[in-house]
Design a protein around this ligand. Structure first.
Ligand SMILES: NC(=O)c1ccc[n+]([C@@H]2O[C@H](COP(=O)([O-])OP(=O)(O)OC[C@H]3O[C@@H](n4cnc5c(N)ncnc54)[C@H](O)[C@@H]3O)[C@@H](O)[C@H]2O)c1
Length: 451
């Protein structure tokens, strides 16, 4: 692993002063984008005493932070309230306050455009704001997931327009966020973090910053290496999930149970990591980030075939779920048309309140298109509004015995821990289970169809 060289000398007075402030926790930290990544990060920094200003264009979010009103599951309500009441953490929509910050961390969205190209407009907009108020002695780090090259090809030129010099007057690094929402074991603090600086001095200061709040910081030789590391991690998941999803399609043809096979293979104590099949991939990372790399690779006349294939299979499985429901209803002498289908769980994964890119959106839309009467229950998602390519607009209905019994098919799309699966199967006529959530259910198993 790369060693962080201690290259700052007394002659580098700007860098030295900033590093000292970072190590003494007196540096004022600005966090741009107070979402799933930014708010937990702002709280982590505030907890060790850094004064923090959160910046967001969403004034409702800013007002909630300033009221100590938490909206992110991974943040503890009491921690946010304490920091706000002590005046350590404050939020604003006024970007001129960036001038007050010694450190600015960018955590804005990086989606795809409608043509599935990287949309780095949020990063560019944030950088324009920073550039306007850039001053000597600031460290800027980007945490948003993006393609290799973004920090040095997009951010750096915008910042150097100011006439200030990187590595001397201001400092620039990339350090990808690895947060896993809903993960009870790994949080921002105990998840190791990779960092790459534009110059050795940039790396030294950025490394100093992250080691104040994160247990293990892993330096790499450049921002591009850190950018690619993050995209590789998400591609690794996308490809392995696709592989097991493809095996699921084959198992269906062969009359084998994919869940049994995956669990049996997982007992091998070395050489295998268990990935589970499902109704498709969702969230802000797995379905999106690999395509940032695909796009960049084209510049090098290179085709990322694993990524394309994984994307194809992970999309295909959502259609396979419809096929499975159709066959299951057929066994009950029912067609999809006019069937009452009650979806359990629409979040992209269990126990979280995030519906972005969730396969449930596509599946509900397809079912609706086939003439099914679709309703859903998800205690974490009170309403699904049209967004991205999805036109679904539904509200979560209360989960009553009547609704379970009335449904022609109860479709489990997200295996939230809160659901009582014994009860669901006891009351439902037919359950199509895309997550093997009912594996412990003993009674009435003939009602369950697994994908
Ligand atoms: N959510 C995750 O699990 C996760 C994990 C690792 C990495 N990431 C990456 O982190 C980045 C942020 O993701 P997120 O899930 O926190 O997004 P999010 O949508 O939850 O939050 C982004 C916030 O940025 C704000 N914003 C947008 N444009 C802005 C601007 N110009 N100035 C200031 N604020 C602005 C939005 O209002 C929003 O509050 C993305 O690149 C994502 O890929 C996310």
């Amino acid at each position: 692993m790369l060693e962080v060289q201690q290259v700052i000398t007394a002659a580098d007075s700007v860098a030295k002063a900033l590093k000292d402030k970072v190590e003494q926790h007196t540096a004022r930290v600005g966090v741009i984008g107070l979402g799933y990544v930014g708010l937990p990060l702002a709280v982590e920094k505030g907890k060790v005493g850094f004064p923090v200003i959160g910046f967001d264009i969403n004034s409702a979010r800013v007002a909630r932070v300033n009221a100590g009103d938490n909206y992110i599951g991974d943040v503890k309500d009491s921690e946010l309230q304490d920091l706000v009441h002590q005046g350590i953490l404050t939020a604003t929509t006024d970007f001129s306050r960036l001038a007050e910050c010694d450190v600015v961390i960018i955590c804005v969205p990086t989606p795809l455009t409608v043509t599935r190209d990287p949309d780095i407009s949020y990063i560019a907009a944030s950088t324009e704001q920073i550039a306007q108020y850039l001053r000597s002695g600031q460290l800027i780090t980007l945490e948003s997931t993006t393609y290799p090259g973004t920090t040095e090809e997009v951010i750096l030129p915008l910042l150097t327009k100011s006439g200030l010099q990187v590595g001397k007057d201001f400092f620039l690094a990339f350090s990808p966020e690895r947060v896993d929402p809903g993960n009870k074991r790994f949080s921002t603090k105990n998840t190791s973090k990779v960092v790459g600086g534009v110059t050795p001095i940039c790396l030294e200061i950025a490394y100093a910053l992250y080691t104040q709040t994160i247990v293990n910081v892993v330096p790499v030789s450049s921002p591009a290496a850190a950018e690619l590391t993050k995209v590789f991690e998400n591609t690794y998941r996308a490809v392995n999930i696709a592989m097991v999803n493809e095996l699921m399609l084959l198992c269906d043809r062969m009359g084998l149970d994919i869940w049994e096979v995956v669990e049996a293979a997982g007992t091998k104590p070395f050489g295998i990591q268990t990935f589970y099949p499902g109704p498709g991939v969702g969230g802000h990372c797995i379905p999106i980030d690999p395509f940032y790399l695909t796009w960049k690779a084209r510049e090098y006349d290179f085709h990322t075939r694993f990524i394309e294939l994984a994307g194809e299979i992970n999309t295909e499985v959502s259609y396979y779920v419809i096929n499975k429901i159709t066959r299951a209803l057929n066994e009950h002498n029912k067609s999809v048309k006019d069937a009452a289908i009650l979806v359990l769980g629409v979040a992209y994964k269990k126990d979280i309140d995030d519906v972005r890119e969730s396969p449930a959106l596509k599946i509900m839309e397809l079912l609706h298109g086939w003439g099914a009467k679709v309703s859903y229950h998800d205690p974490f998602i009170p309403v699904v509004e049209p967004h991205g390519g999805s036109t679904v607009h539904l509200e979560s209905i209360p989960l009553t015995d009547e609704k379970l019994a009335d449904a022609d098919c109860v479709l489990i799309l997200t295996d939230h821990s809160i659901f009582d699966y014994d009860h669901v199967v006891a009351k439902a006529k037919l359950v199509v289970d895309t997550r093997n959530a009912t594996k412990e259910v003993k009674q009435n198993r003939e009602r369950i169809v697994k994908i």
